[in-house]
Design a protein around this ligand. Structure first.
Ligand code: ZN
Length: 79
């Protein structure tokens, strides 16, 4: 358990889905351990966990699904 840096709420250990960049590639990785703030939902990942994800992805691994992603430059509406 940790105290949230933003709202001082307490965190709970949970397995979450994470957007993870490695070698300029984006992965959506499910089942990653995080501390999640029970108040604001902010997520904290241990460096050790992120290193383990990097290592997992750099080796042969199974792929659940592939999706395509739009990269968009947001243009706000003029008031
Ligand atoms: Zn918080």
């Amino acid at each position: 358990m940790m105290i949230c840096e933003f709202c001082e709420g307490v965190t709970r250990s949970r397995n979450v889905k994470r957007q993870h960049w490695m070698n300029k590639k984006l992965y959506i990785v499910e089942n990653v351990q995080a501390e999640v703030c029970t108040e604001c939902g902010e997520r904290y990942f241990h460096a050790k966990t992120l290193d383990a994800v990097d290592e997992y992805l750099s080796k042969k691994h199974s792929v659940e699904k592939r999706i395509s992603v739009e990269i968009v430059r947001f243009v706000p509406a003029t008031a």
